[in-house]
Write a protein that binds this ligand. Structure first.
Ligand SMILES: Cc1cc2nc3c(=O)[nH]c(=O)nc-3n(C[C@H](O)[C@H](O)[C@H](O)COP(=O)(O)O)c2cc1C
Ligand SMILES: CCCCCCCCCCC(=O)C(=O)O
Length: 392
């Protein structure tokens, strides 16, 4: 089930060769600079929505420092001439341990929105996880991707008919993995959005899967175009259900045949409950610091979850990944693969599909070089011994 190894580090040579012809990259190769550029070039509402997080931003900052605090201890004189970043995740052969995280309402960043990001992911062979809250109906995104690997992220609607309909549509449209986000039963206190009174969903943006859904529409007195405000109100009441508990997962197991991954798991006991509920994986994530202000950093939670269930579930990771060495560290802490969020969204906002491609290629070229320069030829040999903590 292995993919053909791609030579990610060739991107480095491509950049230098283009330089000989007088061309430099359109976007920075240090992806931590994208946020600042986006702040300068994109509108305050959209960029505030993407860059913003819960409360004073302490969780988002903690995500970064938990990754930065951990330092790689490189090994030398190991043969790293031939390298292969490919990994198997949930029965799928991926070219690298990376997927694009589900991010809602991408049309606020670029008119080509989810289709542009999905095409970029497909072109690089990286799975695209489509948000329930996308600006484009799932069938249209699927069509843009051909037969490339795609996963569907579920915000579990309160109405079981709508939930069932979403699952049926996603399956029919070729989404192979269901990612159920559990950390957003309510929208958190997000000062950047509150201060601007900015929430695109209330204008019917990011509601495409709902407004195109027959079960959702059946709950409306009038068609969406005749009474859009009523449709938005119905969406707000439908979007999530804070009364859900662990036994409710049986509903999803019953209606989804493929792998199911729970996103937003941080406690080892919750990971154990995911095993008991027959789930296939978890994403150790705090939603990029956008939900619980003062939450544990995702990278600090990762080792505990891996220790509890790493032999029984596929453990994925996100929240704070900005560089190739961040990916290396997450793998060393036991993640099978990582999801990248904001960087690809800034890439999209700044340069559309090529911007997203740039982000994927930079991350994987840097990962490949970090791997090699640390003494590894494949992700499979990376482990906790490759990291140290503290001022070292
Ligand atoms: C603008 C924005 C929208 C998001 N929308 C969703 C979503 O619809 N569903 C979801 O599960 N996670 C969503 N997330 C969270 C991401 O999937 C991911 O957990 C997070 O971005 C990772 O943190 P990072 O951006 O710091 O890498 C969103 C994140 C951002 C920044
Ligand atoms: C008043 C609540 C309206 C609906 C909220 C939509 C939820 C946000 C979906 C995107 C997301 O996950 C994010 O982090 O932002």
């Amino acid at each position: 089930m292995r993919t053909v190894a791609r030579h990610w580090a060739d991107f480095q040579y491509e950049i230098y060769l283009n330089g000989m012809a007088g061309a430099v990259p359109r976007l920075p190769t240090d992806l931590t600079r994208l946020e600042e550029l986006a702040e300068q070039r994109l509108g305050p509402g959209p960029v505030g929505y993407v860059a913003g997080s819960a409360g004073s931003g302490s969780t988002a900052r903690a995500n970064r420092s938990a990754l930065e605090r951990r330092r790689i201890v490189p090994r030398v004189l190991r043969d790293v001439h031939e390298r292969d970043l490919s990994v198997e995740v949930l029965g799928r052969a991926l070219p690298a341990p990376l997927a694009l995280a589900p991010v809602g309402v991408l049309s606020i960043m670029h008119p080509d929105a989810e289709c542009a990001a999905a095409r970029a992911a497909a072109g690089q062979g990286v799975p695209f996880v489509l948000s329930s809250a996308s600006s484009t109906p799932m069938e249209q995104v699927a069509e843009a991707m051909g037969d490339a690997e795609r996963w569907f992220q579920l915000y579990w609607p309160r109405d079981p008919e709508v939930a069932r309909s979403f699952l049926n549509r996603a399956e029919a449209a070729g989404f192979g993995v269901l990612v159920v986000t559990l950390d957003t039963p309510l929208l958190a206190w997000r000062p950047r959005d509150l201060d601007q009174a900015y929430l695109p969903f209330l204008h019917g943006v990011g509601t495409a899967n709902y407004f195109s859904d027959p079960a959702f529409r059946a709950g409306l007195a009038k068609p969406v175009h005749e009474d859009p405000n009523a449709a938005v109100t119905h969406f707000v009441g439908m979007f999530a259900d804070p009364s859900k508990t662990w036994p409710d997962l049986a509903f999803l197991r019953e209606h989804w045949d493929g792998p199911i991954v729970l996103k937003g798991v941080l406690h080892p006991d919750d990971a154990r409950r995911a095993v008991e509920a027959g789930m296939d994986g978890v994403v150790v994530s705090n939603h990029g610091g956008r939900q619980v202000a003062g939450s544990v950093a995702a990278a600090d939670a990762l080792p505990g979850v891996v220790e509890a269930v790493g032999d029984r579930l596929t453990v994925l990771f996100d929240s704070g990944v900005r560089t190739g060495d961040d990916i290396f560290k997450a793998l060393a802490l036991g993640a099978r693969a990582v999801l990248v969020g904001r960087p690809y969204v800034y890439g999209l906002g700044l340069d559309g599909r090529p911007g997203v491609e740039h982000v994927i290629r930079c991350l994987l070229a840097e990962l490949d070089l970090t791997l090699a320069l640390s003494g590894h030829a494949t992700p499979g040999t990376i482990g906790p011994a490759d990291l140290t903590e503290g001022p070292g």
